[in-house]
Design a protein around this ligand. Structure first.
Ligand SMILES: *[C@@H]1O[C@H](CO)[C@@H](O)[C@H](O)[C@H]1NC(C)=O
Length: 214
């Protein structure tokens, strides 16, 4: 049996953050695309107005808990990483502070990289709002980047995104591979202890990669 209760306590004990002037809502317009570095990849969100950001984020907590107030709290890194592994995610609304998780926010940076002009700000935000809720998250095929690309540029996911934003795509993909490598390394250390990782590594790496890519 998995110790859900203990895990819950661990996941909810979140990093305390102060309100910060760099997250002043007057700096952003409805429909703006916000970017923040999050663990090893870039995280994206759409600003809805009134200090609310819609974003797609991996999160394990809705899978193991029904406590709505605990789920509504900011998604900690441990919740995020376990969410990636379990392929559970939701499109949720958070305040600027919770969304940024202590990092600087970049605004509409994609507009300079993509050839496709953005949709009208209100339309962008309406699209973002329509998709709120739980979804199955697959790191490679439906991630937070696809979500904001659909909302802001109205593009069909996948090939078009790839064509228009090759540069961005490359960064995201190489960061994802770095992330997977790091994640796997930690997993190997935790689960194998002092066993000989070099012999066991390939045996675990192949199924893990297939699971993550599916
Ligand atoms: C739900 O979570 C909140 C905040 O994390 C906590 O204070 C409360 O006791 C929890 N309720 C239940 C029923 O576990």
């Amino acid at each position: 049996m998995f110790p859900f209760q203990l895990l819950n306590i661990f996941l909810v004990a979140s990093k305390v953050q102060e309100e910060d002037s760099k997250y002043d809502p007057s700096l952003y317009k409805r429909g703006d695309l916000l970017e923040v570095p999050r663990t090893l990849f870039t995280h994206f969100g759409i600003y809805l107005g009134d200090n609310r950001v819609a974003h797609l984020i991996p999160d394990i907590l809705p899978v193991i808990s029904r406590n709505k107030s605990a789920i509504a709290k900011m998604v900690t890194n441990s919740r995020l990483i376990l969410g990636v592994i379990a392929k559970a995610a939701s499109v949720r609304v958070d305040s600027l502070v919770d969304f940024a998780y202590g990092s600087e926010i970049l605004v509409n940076h994609m507009d300079t990289v993509c050839r496709q002009p953005p949709l009208d700000g209100d339309e962008v935000a309406r699209r973002a709002e329509k998709l709120l809720g739980s979804i199955t998250y697959s790191l490679l095929w439906y991630n937070c980047e696809h979500y904001v690309m659909y909302c802001r540029y109205g593009m069909a996911i996948s090939y078009q995104t790839y064509r228009f934003c090759t540069a961005v795509r490359k960064t995201v993909c190489s960061r994802i591979s770095a992330y997977l490598t790091a994640l796997f390394g930690v997993g190997a250390m935790l689960f194998l202890g002092s066993a000989t990782p070099l012999t066991i590594l390939p045996t675990l790496l192949v199924p893990f990669t297939i699971w993550m890519a599916a």
